[in-house]
Write a protein that binds this ligand. Structure first.
Ligand SMILES: Nc1ncnc2c1ncn2[C@@H]1O[C@H](COP(=O)(O)OP(=O)(O)O)[C@@H](O)[C@H]1O
Ligand SMILES: [Mg+2]
Length: 253
């Protein structure tokens, strides 16, 4: 199923360490089209993670509203999955059991969850690692497992908070290419935070640039490059123009 999000006049205000109020985000207003891949870039501390947590229903806006297919988001939903920079795997569980964890929590039988997880592992380049433990994996592999753990829930909305931020450049490129091909099959609505401009442009249909805290959307840049996209498209003139526009907007943030 495809999903659309509507974010309307959303702000988030925290309590600062001195007891005062700390406006962290907004107001932000935007809507997503079904199956759209959106990346979010902006200075550190501008409220990107806050925005994803609000979209996930993990916290509620101070002002404004968030709608998923027209219904207010007020609590976490199985339709919306979120992944963080830290893989947070359970070291005592095998890879297949880490990937299948959400199904276990949903009360699905061992046979069925093994079948489902087993089918997903090859698409993540993990088929040989099913019986391994997290301690035996590289950082890139661990992030693939974390990605598997959110994808196995078959979410309609995928929220990714700097998922590849801790990986080296080459690994990062490979894992984002795998994410792209998985998304091509499932077509979830994706909102992904990244600091890498090329990664943002290469993956997405649209790049939202945020200002400094409290973050507002200062640019909404369409990426009309045809799909499927190969990595070599990053060397094209058109790609360069779009990346340059994103960069110029980040500089004025
Ligand atoms: N739970 C919290 N309580 C108080 N302040 C917070 C909390 N979470 C985030 N902040 C503050 O809100 C601002 C935005 O944080 P965050 O959403 O994590 O930004 P980003 O992900 O863009 O780096 C920062 O100044 C941060 O210190
Ligand atoms: Mg963050």
């Amino acid at each position: 199923m495809t999903a659309s999000l509507a974010v309307r006049g959303v702000t988030a205000v925290y309590t600062a360490p001195n007891g005062g109020s700390l406006p962290a985000l907004g107001p932000v207003t935007f809507t997503t089209a079904p199956s759209e891949f959106i990346t979010l870039v902006g200075p550190s501390g501008c409220g990107k993670s806050t925005l994803l947590r609000l979209l996930a229903g993990l916290q509620v806006p101070t002002k404004g509203s968030i709608l998923l297919d027209g219904k207010p988001v007020t609590e976490p939903s199985p339709r919306v999955a979120i992944m963080f920079q830290d893989a947070n795997l359970m070291p005592w569980r095998t890879i297949i059991d880490n990937v299948a964890l959400p199904l276990e929590l949903a009360g699905i039988s061992r046979d069925e969850r093994n079948r489902t997880a087993q089918a997903l592992l090859p698409q993540l380049g993990l088929e040989e690692f099913a019986p391994a433990y997290p301690g035996e994996l590289s950082g890139g592999m661990a992030q693939r497992v974390a990605l598997g753990r959110v994808l196995i829930q078959r979410p309609d909305v995928l929220l990714l908070d700097e998922p590849f931020g801790a990986l080296d450049a080459l690994t990062r490129e490979q894992v984002s290419a795998d994410l792209m091909s998985l998304w091509t099959q499932e077509r979830q609505t994706v909102m992904m935070v990244t600091h890498d401009i090329n990664e943002a442009v290469w993956l997405s249909d649209r790049v939202l640039v945020m200002s400094r805290r409290p973050g507002q959307i200062i640019a909404d840049i369409a990426v009309p490059l045809p799909r499927p996209r190969v990595l070599a498209v990053t060397y094209s003139e058109e790609f360069g123009h779009i990346a340059q526009r994103v960069r110029a907007n980040i500089e004025r943030a």
